[in-house]
Design a binder for this molecule. Structure first.
Ligand code: BDP
Length: 461
């Protein structure tokens, strides 16, 4: 958003001055609800996180001893999904034997996944500990296997151990991370969707033989949609494929001049790797495959995140909005990528020094608070393009979520009076790295509510 043209638009839109009931100096908006247009229900396991597979090289990380991390996961969801994969999953091998040497590192995050190429080892000990971690959090696991540089024999041995040790906590296996990016890296330049499917099939058959009854998800693409379309077309032939997956980064790479606070406020940033024209392709793939789609990895800005953007209140507002927006599109979950001390990680830190919640953590809580809710039609007018609103029915109550990523305060008329208890996502300033919070606030029982600049609200009607 260009601030000068935004201010000009505000003036043209008629910022309120003396309209009855509306706050002075705020942008006047109206939200109507169309209950005759019921939409999707947000699944209970909608909230997810994504970590690098290399993190398993330290068996003490995902373990029942890592109590602080367990509490932080539970603070996001008591039925979430942990996806393991990322670029480092193409550098892992599996060994049944317990490790004989100390872990190569304590934590491994997206901040290092592109530059530090550890060939890491996952062991049965890491999987046993992971099971205890998942039991303590009550989360499920989407488990990525190495297609880029691994063998199908090793993937099958790993899958058998994962199935045995994770038991019911295993949601599905994924074969390969961003296979659409293998060209000129792990595969020749001409390698396309058909070549990918051929290899996927070979791995699939070896894994299914070693881990009978295992379920699969894919193709876990970065942004080349023909790979998704091709995967969706063959998915119905495999009764054990239960989920379509892909990645979404709003901006990138980190360091590029376009990766700004203002850009992150746009509804569909132009630099998006799976930009707006990609979404109908996802919808078509869901129809063709007859399967849900999950955003298995994503965040605000790829290449580890943009400092001063990915670690600020702006990322929390962005995250709250994409969770609720992708849920309206029938997507079954969103796994925010992180780990280590990466700029976009929702939880930063390490067992030895403790963990902290980054602003995005509170954005996830905002989205998660509507899990289980069913959408109603919501029509917002007058608020401008940096404000979104969602209406839902949840536990017999109507609730309205409003996310104001813009610089102006909004005075919004709702179809009925709000209850006195509301939930608020806010922080000191858009670029604040500290002080973002999500929690209950008291509001006046009015039909016109005030939504501050750079904040999100959830009202009960
Ligand atoms: C994705 C990779 C992930 C990286 C992320 C990034 O799957 O491992 O951390 O990009 O660039 O392509 O931040």
């Amino acid at each position: 958003m260009n601030r000068r043209s935004f201010v000009a638009r505000l003036a043209a839109a008629g910022v309120t001055s003396s309209l009855p009931g509306f706050s002075q100096g705020a942008v006047k908006a109206t939200l109507t609800i169309d209950a005759s247009q019921p939409g999707m229900t947000i699944p209970r396991d909608f909230t997810g996180l994504s970590y690098e597979s290399a993190q398993l090289a330290n068996p003490a990380f995902f373990s029942k001893e890592n109590k602080q991390l367990i509490e932080l996961f539970r603070g996001l969801s008591t039925s979430g999904n942990l996806r393991l994969g990322g670029g480092s999953s193409e550098f892992t091998t599996y060994l049944d034997a317990d490790p004989t040497v100390a872990p190569p590192f304590e934590v491994f995050g997206p901040d290092t996944s592109k530059t530090v190429k550890h060939g890491t080892v996952t062991t049965a000990l890491a999987l046993r500990n992971l099971r205890e971690f998942l039991d303590a959090t009550a989360w499920s696991c989407l488990y990525g296997l190495n297609l880029g540089q691994g063998t199908k024999e090793n993937a099958a041995a790993e899958a058998a151990a994962v199935q045995r040790l994770l038991g019911p906590r295993l949601m599905a296996f994924q074969i390969g991370n961003e296979p659409d990016g293998f060209r000129n890296r792990y595969r020749p330049a001409g390698w396309g969707p058909a070549d990918y499917l051929k290899e996927w099939n070979e791995f699939h058959d070896a894994i299914a033989a070693a881990a009978p009854g295992a379920k699969f998800a894919g193709p876990d693409i970065s942004n080349k949609l023909p790979f998704l379309t091709a995967f969706a077309e063959v998915a119905p032939k495999h009764k054990d494929v239960i989920l379509l997956t892909g990645h979404y980064y709003a901006m990138g790479p980190a360091g590029s001049p376009g990766a700004t606070l203002d850009q992150l406020a746009e509804t569909d940033p132009k630099q998006a790797t799976m930009h707006v024209s990609g979404f109908p392709v996802v919808a078509d793939a869901m129809k063709v495959a007859g399967l849900p789609f999950r955003l298995s990895e994503g965040n605000s800005c790829w290449n580890g995140g943009q400092p001063g953007v990915s670690d600020t209140l702006a990322s929390a507002l962005w995250c709250a909005d994409i969770m609720l927006r992708f849920a309206t599109m029938g997507w079954s979950g969103v796994n925010l990528h992180g780990g280590g001390d990466g700029f976009y990680t929702p939880i930063a830190g390490a067992p030895s020094k403790g963990f902290t919640r980054r602003p995005e953590y509170f954005g996830i809580q905002f989205g998660q608070s509507l899990a289980g809710a069913s959408y109603l039609g919501a029509i917002l007018s007058g608020a401008g393009q940096h404000v979104t609103a969602y209406a839902v029915e949840q536990g017999g109550r109507r609730r309205v979520a409003v996310i104001n990523k813009g610089d102006a305060r909004i005075s919004m008329e709702l179809p009925m009076r709000v209850g006195v208890k509301a939930m608020k996502l806010s922080g000191p300033a858009l670029d604040s790295k500290e002080g973002t919070a999500f929690g209950e606030v008291r509001v006046s029982r009015s039909q016109i509510v005030d939504v501050g600049a750079h904040s999100g609200m959830i009202y009960e009607l």
